[in-house]
Design a protein around this ligand. Structure first.
Ligand code: INI
Length: 160
């Protein structure tokens, strides 16, 4: 059998940036709390977590790109909430964020995590930001750690 690669959930020593949208702040502050908790529970030092607030989810890709270019971070987590009921340009905002974040990941070669809720109602967003459907910020944090370690494993580097 060939090699099986997987990323460990160990976050000690990792440096992480979180870009978070202020739009729908009630939701995004809950996503941010979930992300911090997910990072810290997996060993990331709170001093190694930097936060950048952006106006809305549409701005996340540009700021993620700038954060990646600093080369200070092993991964960047993007958090936002795009609610269909609140805007006629839902598809542009949600699609722009998704496409842009994916592009930054491929161009930077680093994990740039899509922690943007795209939902129909504020209730659905709140349910996914610490309500009955969990916290997508927490999930984004564990995805970030796993991806950093997976990429290191693929490159043959030892990981925690
Ligand atoms: N930004 C969001 O993050 N969520 C939304 O639901 C939203 N709505 O409804 O319009 C939203 N719009 C702002 C957008 O992200 C940009 O900040 C704005 O278009 C300026 O570029």
């Amino acid at each position: 059998m060939g090699t099986v690669y997987s990323g460990s959930p160990e976050g000690a020593g990792l440096r992480i940036a979180i870009a978070v949208a202020r739009f729908n702040e009630l939701v995004t502050t809950a996503l941010l709390a979930g992300a911090r908790s997910g990072l810290e529970r997996h060993g990331v030092n709170p001093d190694d977590i930097d936060i950048a607030w952006v106006p809305g989810s549409f701005e996340l890709p540009l700021v993620a790109d700038r954060l990646a270019r600093t080369e200070r971070y092993d991964a960047i987590i993007c958090l936002g909430a795009v609610v269909r009921g609140e805007t006629a340009h839902f598809d542009y905002v949600a699609g722009g964020a998704a496409t842009g974040i994916g592009r930054v990941a491929l161009e930077s070669g680093r994990p740039i995590i899509f922690g943007v809720l795209t939902v129909d109602t504020l209730e659905q967003a709140l349910a996914r930001a610490g309500g009955h459907a969990g916290n997508k910020g927490y999930e984004a944090a564990t995805t970030a750690i796993e991806m950093v370690n997976l990429l290191r494993a693929l490159e043959g580097e030892p990981t925690g």
